[in-house]
Design a protein around this ligand. Structure first.
Ligand code: ADP
Length: 456
């Protein structure tokens, strides 16, 4: 009732002023009616004018954005303005809080690794996050309110959306590239739909790789097994001479060894994949390692090649000795196996400017065509399958080398030219390379290596 007193005062003031003006007019003109008319006009008109002015100011404020306070008048209009302003501010606060909650909710959906797309009953896009925009090649702003089926035209998607049976997810090629999406639709509200998309490219690729791997392993094992089964049948059914029997035994032994090598390589690979990354505190003498590789290569070559292994590096490398040995041995064994008789093979070490080290195995063998090079480290990938198998290859060697290098923070680099030869480089990071701490061992290793090298 705080507005009542000012209002009463204004009424009294108006009456008083009306009375005074009426009396004055009557005194000046001497006409009673004129004095009465002026008195009433002023008495009634004054509150009306004041009301009109205050009402107008409040209306103007309401018409605007209500950024400032409502007009602070006294009396009824002041109270009215204050009450309206409070209601407006309360509403603004509620809207502000709801908007914040909505923004937080949307940014949570935005952060989701899945695509989220909301459609109305007519399949118009109401909202979509960036992941969904990327999956379906949409523009999150420009394409709002557009019909999704006009923008994503893949027939499988359109049919799935319109069929209305969303029990099984739809597997679809990614709109942007060669990837694969898994799409799920859920209905909500009045005919609205939530479309969830998940990029399953990696999963599909892994599944395919697993299938290929199992198929490859089965194939690799089945071939020698079939040969062995054939020989066993021959031994059981045919009367063989001692020489023939001996020959069959040699061949059976070859096939058994082939399977053993395959199983050993498979185990090596699975161990590499399953074990933690080797620490860089176990130091291996590079010279000692090169000597062992050189001796094995010499035995494998049996004098058919010119082998040159750098005699003295005086270096140590950090990692798992058996893994590093297997990486270098695989490269040298490949060079020996693929380089024809009379060819040359060089194994050399050098320190690079950034402190990293590089071990290179070079041969002047047949070389490898450019298109095969990126695929050489895939499991069971062979350029020349028959040559690989003939020489006891499993198709897993370079895959093992690549894994070993990755685990040691290094890399395998391959350069090759058909008809000229190949260069395989193992690069180890600076943190895994240091000069040999034991000078005596270094000298001894150098001596041994030199002895081996001079034998080549
Ligand atoms: P494999 O056991 O068949 O040798 P790898 O993984 O070691 O398997 O090598 C993959 C393929 O790369 C080989 O089958 C061969 O065709 C090719 N390759 C590897 N090293 C050489 C090389 N030094 N010269 C020519 N070809 C090579």
């Amino acid at each position: 009732m705080s507005w009542f007193l000012p209002r009463l005062l204004l009424a009294l003031l108006a009456v008083l002023l009306g009375f005074t003006v009426g009396a004055a007019v009557r005194a000046i003109t001497g006409i009673d009616a004129l004095g009465l008319g002026f008195g009433v006009a002023v008495g009634v008109g004054l509150p009306l004018v004041v009301d009109a002015l205050r009402g107008y100011r409040l209306l103007e404020w309401l018409r605007g954005k209500q950024l400032e306070n409502a007009p602070r008048d006294t009396g009824l209009w002041g109270e009215l303005g204050y009450r309206i302003e409070r209601a407006v501010r309360d509403r603004e606060n509620i809207i502000g809080r709801e908007r914040l909650a909505l923004e937080q909710f949307l940014s949570a959906i935005e952060a989701s690794p899945n695509g989220v797309l909301m459609l109305d009953a007519q399949e118009h896009i109401l909202w979509c996050n960036r992941v969904a925009a990327d999956h379906f090649a949409l523009d999150p702003k420009r394409d709002l309110r557009q019909r999704i089926t006009n923008l994503v035209r893949a027939p499988a998607f359109v049919a799935y959306l319109q069929a209305g049976r969303y029990v099984e997810p739809l597997v679809l090629g990614n709109g942007r590239g060669p990837g694969t999406l898994s799409i799920v639709v859920r209905e909500y509200g009045e005919g609205r739909r939530l479309v969830l998309s998940l990029d399953i490219t990696e999963r599909v690729r892994n599944d395919a790789m697993r299938r290929d791997f199992v198929a490859n392993v089965s194939h690799e094992i089945r071939t020698p097994l079939t040969v062995l089964a054939g020989f066993i049948e021959t031994l059981q059914t045919l009367p063989l001479t001692a020489v023939e029997r001996e020959r069959v035994m040699v061949l059976m032994n070859q096939q058994t060894q082939r399977m053993q090598t395959l199983v050993a390589d498979l185990l090596a690979l699975s161990q590499l994949e399953g074990s933690p990354r080797p620490g860089s505190d176990r130091w291996v003498s590079l010279d000692a390692l090169l000597i062992r590789v050189g001796v094995d290569a010499e035995a494998l070559s049996a004098g058919r090649h010119t082998l040159r292994v750098q005699p003295h590096t005086g270096m140590e490398i950090a990692g798992v000795e058996s893994e590093l040995l297997s990486a270098v041995a695989n490269l040298v064994s490949n060079a020996v196996r693929y380089t024809p008789e009379g060819g040359g093979i060089d194994v050399a070490w050098r320190l690079l400017e950034d402190g990293s080290g590089e071990l290179t195995v070079i041969d002047n063998g047949p070389g490898i065509a450019r298109e095969h090079i990126p695929r050489l480290t895939e499991r069971f990938y062979r350029v020349d399958g028959s040559r690989s198998r003939e020489t006891g290859g499993t198709g897993l060697g370079l895959s093992i080398v690549k894994h070993v290098m990755q685990r040691h923070g290094g890399e395998l680099l391959i350069q090759s030219e058909v008809g000229k030869g190949s260069r395989f480089r193992l690069v180890l990071p600076a943190a895994r390379v240091r000069p040999s701490s034991d000078a005596a061992l270094g000298d001894e290793a150098a001596f041994n290596a030199a002895t081996v090298a001079s034998d080549y």
